[in-house]
Design a protein around this ligand. Structure first.
Ligand code: 5GP
Ligand code: MG
Ligand code: MG
Length: 183
């Protein structure tokens, strides 16, 4: 029903808004410590990483720069296909730059594995990955992730930027959807 509240379809809350905020502050503190004395560019992957980027960026006390990429893994719904295409490239020349890719979730790892090698070929000083969520059981490609918020079970989650058919991104918590949503 279209008028329904965005949280009405949740089966289970995995992480509350407060838990997410705390964890992102810790991740930002780790990154701040590791990049002390170095210029840092954080790259958000549209559209899912919008919330993580906004909150992580504001958790830094230091200067950072922000840029965005949009990629398509040729799939909608709940499965990723592994074929990656750049829909929006960086506006920044990253050669010689320290880059941290910020994403909301790593599932199969196909997108970020492809993206990491794509960005690495542009001669940056370094490329690392920060993701709020990771599903270790779903990994199909080895991805070296330096900063992880939480490892979660192999379940489809929504909220805090994560969508199901473009909905639920504006939910403040992260959770699983009730079965009736899929049927
Ligand atoms: P991967 O390439 O690692 O399989 O996943 C890439 C993208 O699939 C993620 O950035 C995200 O957009 C989507 N995805 C993977 N798992 C989930 C999930 O549990 N929930 C939602 N909403 N999207 C997911
Ligand atoms: Mg994403
Ligand atoms: Mg999606």
């Amino acid at each position: 029903m279209d008028a329904a509240d965005v949280s009405d379809d949740l089966l289970n809350v995995l992480y509350t808004e407060a838990q997410i905020q705390d964890r992102i502050k810790e991740m930002a503190a780790d990154i701040e410590r590791d990049y002390e004395g170095k210029e840092l560019l954080i790259v958000g992957i549209l559209r899912g990483a919008v919330m993580v980027m906004a909150d992580m960026a504001r958790s830094f006390h230091r200067h950072i720069e922000m840029d965005w990429m949009a990629v398509s893994s040729y799939g909608s719904g709940t499965k990723s296909s592994g074929v990656v295409r750049i829909l929006k490239d960086l506006d920044t020349d990253i050669s010689g730059r320290h880059v941290v890719i910020v994403d909301e979730i790593i599932d199969t790892g196909l997108t970020l594995s492809w993206l990491t090698s794509n960005l690495s070929s542009r001669n940056p000083a370094s490329v690392e990955i920060a993701t709020l969520l990771r599903k270790p059981e779903a990994l199909q490609m080895p991805v070296d992730v330096k900063y992880v918020g939480w490892d979660i079970p192999n379940e489809f989650v929504v909220g805090y930027g994560l969508d199901y058919k473009e909905r639920y991104r504006n939910l403040r918590d992260i959770g699983t959807l009730a079965p009736h949503v899929y049927s």
